[in-house]
Design a protein around this ligand. Structure first.
Ligand code: PDD
Length: 284
């Protein structure tokens, strides 16, 4: 683990030698953004979609992109090739850099760039069999949830509240509508229609979410991007979470209420298989 190779500011070094200044604005203020890219059989999933979201996050916080997409890909490929694990989760982290502590942007700083790749373990088959439990919580985060910011204290507190209650994920409710999970997007199936909230400032535009919407469209499964009220959410026949690390995960219990018949649903089963088929095309 400690001898794992990582990328820091131009160098490939062992993880235990990777050090940043305590004055780094990422450490001091949480002033930075990140990406998580899954890779299957050595191939990053939807690299261009991830780099576009990275660019959008950087633009939103006014940090200029320190690398070209070719350079990002070179780093990612190098780190992936260093490990024997088939599937990897690549973490990209950019902060505004090192400066004396002052809230406003420093005049000239060089962004700090950190990249690591870790084995991506497949989701526990037992969870796919039973589904997971979630709790709903008030979405008390800020108004820019579309930015993949490293400052994740609200998400951490929300996830921990769910874990404290014996659940796997917190599903968030803002102004009477479901937004997303603490670290996932959320879908429901209602009368055969797959639904997920539209992309706006209230949720992260998940790459897995977009892929699931596209897979549904390609295979003529009815899908809608629409607001989902708390009442509609609780009346759903199926609920799924999506993320780069969870893929498409069925939720069978929310706040101790059983969803559907308490088992992962038929539409989820269908989508799960389509997602696995998509991954297989990457590995091929
Ligand atoms: N999180 N919403 C939030 C708040 C998230 O943190 C994530 C992912 C998602 C799903 O996005 P994607 O499908 O692109 O992974 C939605 C990552 C996995 C993390 O923070 O580790």
């Amino acid at each position: 683990m400690s001898s794992q190779l990582v990328y820091l500011n131009g160098d490939y070094i062992p993880l235990n030698e990777a050090k940043v200044s305590v004055l780094d604005r990422g450490f001091i203020f949480g002033d930075g953004i990140y990406e998580v890219i899954p890779a299957y059989g050595g191939k990053p999933l939807r690299f261009e979609h991830h780099t576009q979201r990275l660019q959008n996050s950087l633009d939103a916080v006014r940090i200029s992109n320190p690398l070209t997409n070719e350079q990002w890909l070179e780093i990612i490929n190098r780190l992936i090739s260093e490990t024997d694990s088939q599937d990897q989760s690549v973490y990209l982290h950019i902060t505004r850099g090192v400066a004396s502590r002052d809230h406003s942007f420093p005049n000239q700083t060089t962004p700090t760039v950190f990249v690591m790749s870790n084995p991506l373990h497949s989701v526990d088959p037992g969870l796919l069999e039973s589904g997971i439990s979630a709790v709903t919580l008030d979405d008390f985060r800020w108004q820019h949830c579309n930015i993949k910011a490293i400052a994740l204290l609200p998400n951490i507190l929300l996830r921990q509240q769910a874990v404290d209650k014996g659940a796997v994920e917190a599903i968030l409710i803002r102004d009477g509508n479901m937004t997303e999970g603490a670290a996932s997007n959320v879908f429901i199936v209602s009368n055969g229609i797959i639904k997920t909230p539209p992309k706006d400032n209230k949720l992260l535009p998940g790459i897995t979410r977009d892929l699931v919407v596209e897979l549904a469209q390609t295979h003529n499964m009815p899908v809608e991007e629409t607001d989902i009220s708390e009442a509609e959410f609780f009346a759903a026949d199926e609920i799924w979470l999506t993320s780069s690390t969870k893929e498409v995960l069925p939720v069978t219990k929310v706040n101790d209420q059983v969803i559907g018949n308490g088992k992962p649903g038929a539409v989820w089963q269908d989508m799960y298989q389509k997602y696995q088929d998509y991954k297989a095309t990457l590995r091929a």
